[in-house]
Design a protein. Structure first.
Length: 616
């Protein structure tokens, strides 16, 4: 591995930002520094401008503030944006593209259908089906795909199992919480570590000591959403075992094994423990309930002739249209208000899921043992590949042979406090040991083992790139914005001002991440925008930097269910187009309640009460 000297190249002008560029008024300087964020959130959250356009507008604002208020040379501010955009492409989107490619291949070859039927057959109790599909399988999807796929696919699967569309969408939204911080093979946590300069092990460990608390209670919450207090009384034990096993696996894997595999391992462990409890414990049968008929919120089920996800009229029982259960491929298409992308949100056929189409439901479809093994094979390959790369000898070789560190040309910025060269001006090109590269290798091996032709695999990759084109642009602009704000000193100014909150800072820290994800729909974006700010505020207030950095990500996962992107995807997948406000009202209380729980946890972790939970 080639390591550069952390010093600016000779002949370059070193820019050192100041914390109070307006002189004598840190509050006023903070307001000016926050202008790019205000522009971004107003355009995105209020005016509903596409995410990439909002990001570009905010980026232009941040460059203007950097040059006019902070005196940053125009060339260096533009150069900062280029470096940030490149970081958004590699390693962040390199991870997401290859993870989604593996998933897309399983869809194109039909193995994903076998996998979801496998999950659907584990229990005929809809309270436990909600836990199995939305929580366990949703976590597995979050680990690989993310970007709304868990919500969309879980919603369709639950409807196919007999859930009302509104209830299916609600359950899927609430379930998409605890796994988010380690989603897309740990991308949010990896991004947080890279931008803040904190060791990945410390950040991952701290997040792994916060989000498991959510994982322990979410399955119980899902059971309550499906069947109220009666459901909790009758199924609390398997739901609790599932939540606790997920929490334990998430803690162990994030602290002692692999950041990238955290959600994969936790999902598989939790569903295994849940099945074990279901097979060894007598669970009272649920009383008959009207779950598969007309929606409790007043709307018709899409399988019975309601609105299709894209707003058209469904023709129940004919197999026409694009709603769940119609047999169309893909099942839904939705335009994300955050990214502006119109993409397949539930790839794969649903022809075998709804009785209205005259096809077999899950329970009547028998898959061979070989088909089941092949369906789980891609995840086994990923686990083996990442496990091997964690072996000390292999890890050392990969880092030595495939990692290059170099000072970014023409970017000479010093830290506003220490005066030392800013570490973020060094670009790490770890092309060989990168998570995305390991996912690419896993995909190639999967294609070989499943006998996927090169043509099919290549087309799947091209389709993945096309589907993510606006998301790629969005992430690049958001990271460019973050880099300009960080290197110009804007983030440091805001962080120093927020540090004045004193003892309340730890309590309020998760709220910042929650707000960021609620607006952007991405824990990665929220970490990019607020990660360094949290660390700066922590250092100035005497808190452990990794605590508040992790709180940003952990609090952020609770804003996922409120984001316009996820609400739109859930509504589209369930055939509830136009009813996003109803979904929002249904889940906002749970989001706030869990956020309060996270705020209390982080506050206690900042004191002697739970301070022992911080990594040594």
């Amino acid at each position: 591995m080639i390591r550069p000297e952390f010093q600016p190249a000779t002949g370059g002008t070193v820019f050192q930002p100041v914390l109070d560029p307006l002189g004598g008024s840190l509050g006023l300087s903070s307001l000016v520094a926050a202008l790019p964020l205000v522009v971004f959130f107003v355009l995105l959250g209020v005016l509903r401008v596409q995410a990439w356009l909002s990001g570009l507008a905010a980026l232009a604002t941040s460059i203007a503030v950097a040059v006019a208020a902070y005196g940053m040379p125009v060339g260096q501010s533009l150069n900062s944006a280029v470096l940030g955009a490149l970081f958004g492409l590699f390693p962040i989107m390199w991870i997401v593209v290859n993870a989604l490619w593996v998933y897309q291949m399983t869809v194109d070859t039909g193995h994903f259908e076998v996998l979801r039927r496998s999950f659907g057959k584990l229990s005929d109790d809809q309270r436990l089906q909600a836990v199995i599909v939305a929580f366990c399988f949703g976590a597995l999807l979050e680990a690989l795909a993310g970007f709304g796929a868990p919500v969309a696919i879980s919603s369709v699967m639950l409807i196919a199992l007999g859930f009302k569309p509104f209830k299916a969408a609600t359950v899927a939204l609430v379930a998409n919480t605890a796994p988010v911080a380690f989603g897309a093979m740990g991308t949010p946590v990896i991004t947080l570590s890279e931008l803040t300069g904190l060791p990945l092990e410390d950040v991952s460990s701290m997040v792994g000591r916060q989000t498991p608390l959510l994982a322990a209670v979410v399955p119980l919450l899902l059971v309550y959403l499906v069947d109220g207090r009666r459901g909790v009384r009758q199924t609390w034990w398997p739901a609790l075992v599932c939540g606790l096993s997920f929490a334990a696996a998430q803690f162990v894997c994030s602290n002692y094994m692999s950041v990238e595999l955290t959600d994969v391992v936790a999902a598989l462990v939790s569903v295994g423990m849940l099945v074990l409890v279901m097979r060894t414990t007598k669970i009272p049968a649920p009383e008959p309930a009207d779950i598969s008929g007309d929606d409790e919120a007043g709307g018709p089920s899409p399988a019975k002739g309601g609105a299709t996800p894209d707003g058209g009229a469904a023709t129940g029982g004919t197999g026409a249209g694009t709603g769940p259960g119609t047999g169309a491929e893909p099942a839904t298409r939705t335009r994300s208000p955050q990214t502006g992308t119109t993409a397949d949100t539930t790839a794969g056929t649903t022809a075998d899921t709804t009785a209205d189409t005259g096809t077999k439901p899950y329970a009547e479809t028998q898959d061979s043992t070989r088909a089941a093994v092949n369906a789980y094979l891609p995840y086994a390959v990923i686990i083996v590949i990442f496990a091997l790369t964690k072996l000390p000898a292999v890890k050392t070789v990969l880092e030595e042979k495939g990692t290059v560190l170099f000072n970014w040309p023409g970017l000479h910025v010093a830290d506003p406090v220490s005066g030392k060269p800013a570490a973020s001006t060094v670009f790490k090109f770890d092309w060989l040991p990168a998570t995305g590269t390991m996912l690419l290798l896993s995909g190639v091996i999967t294609a070989v083992l499943l006998a996927v032709s090169p043509r099919v695999a290549t087309r799947a990759y091209g389709r993945t790139l096309h589907q993510l084109r606006w998301a790629i642009l969005t992430v690049a602009t958001v990271l460019a914005l973050a880099y300009v704000m960080n290197l110009s000193g804007q983030t440091a100014t805001i962080g120093n001002f927020i540090a004045g909150a004193g003892a309340a800072l730890a309590f309020l820290s998760p709220v910042l991440g929650w707000l960021g994800v609620a607006v952007t729909g991405s824990d990665t974006s929220a970490n990019a925008l607020f990660g360094i700010l949290q660390v700066t505020a922590a250092k100035n207030s005497g808190y452990a930097p990794e605590l508040l950095a992790a709180a940003n990500s952990s609090g952020g996962v609770l804003g996922k269910m409120l984001s316009p992107q996820n609400l739109a995807i859930a509504a589209a997948a369930a055939g509830l187009g136009g009813r996003e406000p109803e979904l929002l009202r249904k889940v906002v209380g749970w989001s706030l309640a869990l956020l309060l729980l996270m705020c209390v946890l982080v506050f206690l972790q900042s004191t002697s009460v739970l301070g022992w939970m911080l990594p040594a």
